[in-house]
Each structure stands twice: as C-alpha cells, then as structure tokens.
Write a new protein. Structure first.
Length: 285
C-alpha cells in the first residue's frame, strides 16, 4: 500500500455499500501512518447496545463491524441527518435516504469552506438546536445544583452515555481509568467506546477531531457546564470520554498530531501540514 503524506481536511467520501461493510481495510492501513500505541483490544463476537439495548453490533475477524439498528436508533439518526442538512442550507428532499451512511456524508459537508473554529461552532449550534434553549438552561442549572450538593455528576454522565449515545457512536462501557499518567490522581469513571462507529465509517482523522471531538467537548462545557475530555485512539478506533476532566488546548492535544489514515480519500491533498485540520480558506480578492 502506498504511503500517503499529509492530512486530509475533510471527511472522506462514504462507502456506498451497506454501512457494516464500510472501510474494510481501515484497521490494517492506519497502522502504516498513525503513530499511536499498539494495543490489542479483545472484542466480543457481538453485543447489544443503545437505548433499551435494542441494537446489536457484531465484530468481524476482518476488522469490520455489522450494525443492526433498532427502529428508535434509525429514527434518531434520520432526525439528526435532516437537521444538519437543513442547517447547511441543503435540506434533504422528501423520501431521501437518511440512514447512517447518509449522516456521514452530510456531516462531511460541514468542514467544507469553514475553518476549524467555524466548524466547531456550527456543530455546537446544531447540537443545541436539538432541544429548546430553556430545557438546556434547566439542565445546566440542575448540573450546577448537583455539583454543589457534591453529587458525582461525572460518573453519572459516564453511565448515562453508554445507552444514550450508542445510536450515534456504537457500543460503550464504563471503566475506572486514571485521569493522567500521574499515579497520584485517582482513577475516574470513563466511558470507553469499543470502536467508534463514526470514526470507523468516515475514516478521517480530521472529521473525528473537528466534527466530533472538539465541538462535543465545547458543547458540554459551554451548554451544560461540564468539562469533558475525549481521547480517540486512531489505532483501535476506540475513544475514552472523561466527564469532569478539563481537556487540553486543541493545539496541544496529542490527537491533533500525526498524519491521517493512508486510505482516506483526500489524504495528501493539502500537503504536509503536520496537523489534521482544514487549510485556511482563500480570501476574496
């Protein structure tokens, strides 16, 4: 396989086959271009996940994941896809497919013509638009009250993320993991995505950072008042979510360093930038 240089600025074109067969060679190819820890992750043959554990994920020996979504999960993905398309100014026509591959394709348009900061703001606004502003305000006040009462908000959110985020990112579990390399810090409840469905489907490091990681961290901090650190592993496609932990500045985050996947459709299109972010937009003459 040819070694590509540079990083891709946008989401790769999604596969047109069934979603469970997307990016068959991703797990093998990313080891050629990503400097990450080599970690063997034991996955079950299959497991239930999401709301009421009504969906099912089966892990193939070839590195692919087959998803059997519940009707509720399909509805949530469809609603989010239509909302993103509408905010992009290109609503999906009536009767258009709005399944997970369509969501990945629509999400891929967000970065086009936008700087990383503009992309993050767009996604934060899209997430905030899913519920009325007064409800988000009530939730923020509730979180502040629970924090004042010394209720373990972080562990509670870590547990809640397992069933309620599964429709978007796939199966997860809660583990006690150290917050940093320092042995003096106690372990905290961490939501661990076994294999992030969005990262597996889009196959693009830039999409992970600019469409998911950075805006999600900003959303929890700005809208709910809860710091969140997301740590994707580009070798295993897993991701750790630590609620209550302040994330490092994006420019210093290890996730932003290194090259994109070698089989990303747009890798190398902007040269060796050393970071996985879109290039600056050309200024009008």
């Amino acid at each position: 396989m040819r070694m590509q240089q540079g990083c891709c600025p946008f989401v790769a074109s999604p596969c047109r086959t069934a979603p469970q067969r997307c990016h068959r060679g991703l797990r093998a190819s990313r080891r050629l271009c990503c400097s990450t820890r080599a970690e063997s992750v034991a996955l079950p043959a299959a497991e239930r996940y999401s709301i009421l554990w009504a969906s099912r994920a089966a892990y193939g020996a070839d590195g692919t994941t087959a998803y059997e979504e519940s009707a509720l999960d399909r509805l949530l993905v469809s609603l989010l896809t239509h909302r993103l398309a509408a905010q992009l100014g290109a609503p999906l026509p009536r009767g258009a497919r709005a399944d997970y591959p369509a969501f990945v394709e629509v999400a891929g348009r967000i970065q086009r013509g936008r700087s990383p900061a503009e992309t993050h703001l767009f996604v934060v606004q899209a997430l905030a638009s899913l519920l009325p502003a007064w409800l988000w305000g009530a939730m923020r006040r509730l979180v502040a009250l629970l924090t004042w009462l010394r209720f373990p908000v972080g562990p509670a959110l870590a547990l809640a993320a397992v069933p309620f985020a599964g429709w978007l990112v796939g199966p997860a579990r809660v583990e006690l993991r150290g917050a940093s390399a320092s042995a003096s810090e106690p372990p905290r409840a961490t939501t661990v995505l076994r294999r992030c469905r969005y990262l597996e489907a889009c196959g693009c490091k830039s999409a992970c950072i600019n469409v998911c990681k950075a805006p999600t961290q900003a959303f929890f901090a700005d809208v709910l008042g809860v710091p969140l650190t997301m740590t994707p592993d580009f070798d295993t496609l897993s991701c750790e979510l630590r609620f209550g932990q302040q994330p490092p500045p994006l420019a210093e985050d290890e996730a932003t360093k290194g090259k994109c996947f070698s089989d990303c459709a747009l890798v190398g299109s902007i040269g060796e930038t050393g970071s996985c972010t879109p290039p600056p937009r050309p200024t009008a003459a």
